[in-house]
Design a binder for this molecule. Sequence first.
Ligand code: ATP
Length: 204
Amino acid sequence: MRVDLHELGFRYGDGPWLFRDVSCRLVPGESYALAGPSGSGKSTLLALLAGWLVPTLGQVQRPGIARVGWVFQHPVGTPRRTAVDHVALPLLARGARPARALDEAADLLARFGLAGVVDHEFRALSGGEAQRVMFARAVAADPDLLLLDEPTAQLDRETSTSINATIDSLRSSGRVVVVATHDPDTQERCTERIDLSDESPRPS
Ligand SMILES: Nc1ncnc2c1ncn2[C@@H]1O[C@H](COP(=O)(O)OP(=O)(O)OP(=O)(O)O)[C@@H](O)[C@H]1O
């Protein structure tokens, strides 16, 4: 199980190149901080890793990756569905019984510091809470490749620290984790860095 990027390049239409010649191998057990200034193409690279966009140049190969989880910076949920229902859904899809799925979903939400909003409707959540609900939902789906877009941008320091610890434990549980982030603490906590801002060395 791995993700291979071969001489990857991308531009939207005939716009400027966001990046070119990105080659690296992403493996389980590591977490990759995708760094670079605003507009450098971090979210675009996540979309390429997810297979939602087709590279302009080069290739993305994902041998052994069956499930991809992607947590957006500005998540969209079902407004009147509760937080716990959002997280229970992938557990039900994986065959859990309803009562068990709800219990597990509530436990996951507690792990993300959301015990207090388990029964709140999605539309009543703050931006940071909504994103963490979707993070918990992505984890519930047991992804091989987990893509996170600015997971700490909307959080206070204490919650960010806890999210960074969660990212690290997901990494060590044998998934490929890629985090687009401006947060120096998240970048520090990740085991590898892919920098879209310059020609700094990239993991091979
Ligand atoms: N669908 C699109 N069509 C044309 N240009 C786009 C499209 N999506 C993004 N862009 C442009 O591509 C560039 C890279 O966008 P992207 O969202 O990947 O950057 P980013 O590094 O994630 O930025 P940020 O840190 O602000 O989230 C930006 O200049 C953006 O305006």
